[in-house]
Design a binder for this molecule. Structure first.
Ligand SMILES: [Zn+2]
Length: 148
């Protein structure tokens, strides 16, 4: 159940639930035939098990830990949205609210907001505490996108 991460075709709006294992595969909507791609916008994590499902998938994750009350988190959102759109199909951008997911924030040792953590196949590969400018984040994303 938690493997089903996004369920609606952008083109026709029909339900088409996809498992996380299908995130990197090109796929046509069974209703209208339009190409389905992974998220073009940051994925808002609602359940810690969704991070486990994404960890089992083929794509690197860019995880931003932030909080609704944090100005530096808000200043990073434009950059995050841009990277999610630019790198669609090559990485998955995940947004985690530390107040809603305190156990994940503790597990990933988040001590300042925002903190960006790169993950691939269940392991942290890099991190950056603090806000990033859009250009810096895009350049960094290019380094971390899937190379296989
Ligand atoms: Zn469709």
């Amino acid at each position: 159940m938690t493997d089903l991460l996004y369920g609606r075709c952008d083109a026709c709006g029909e339900d088409d639930p996809l498992p996380v294992s299908a995130l990197a595969e090109p796929r046509a909507c069974p209703h209208c035939g339009a190409a389905r791609l992974p998220f073009a916008a940051p994925f808002e994590l609602g359940d810690p098990r969704q991070l486990d499902a994404l960890d089992r998938g083929p794509l690197p994750l860019l995880v931003l830990y932030g909080a609704a009350w944090c100005g530096a988190t808000h200043r990073s959102e434009e950059a995050l949205d841009a990277v999610a759109a630019e790198e669609r199909g090559r990485l998955v951008v995940v947004r985690i609210d530390v107040d809603a997911q305190p156990e994940l924030a503790a597990r990933d040792r988040v001590r300042s907001l925002p903190t960006i953590v790169w993950r691939h196949r269940g392991r942290e590969t890099d991190r950056h505490p603090g806000a990033l400018q859009p250009e810096a984040l895009s350049a960094w994303a290019a380094l971390h996108q899937r190379t296989t």
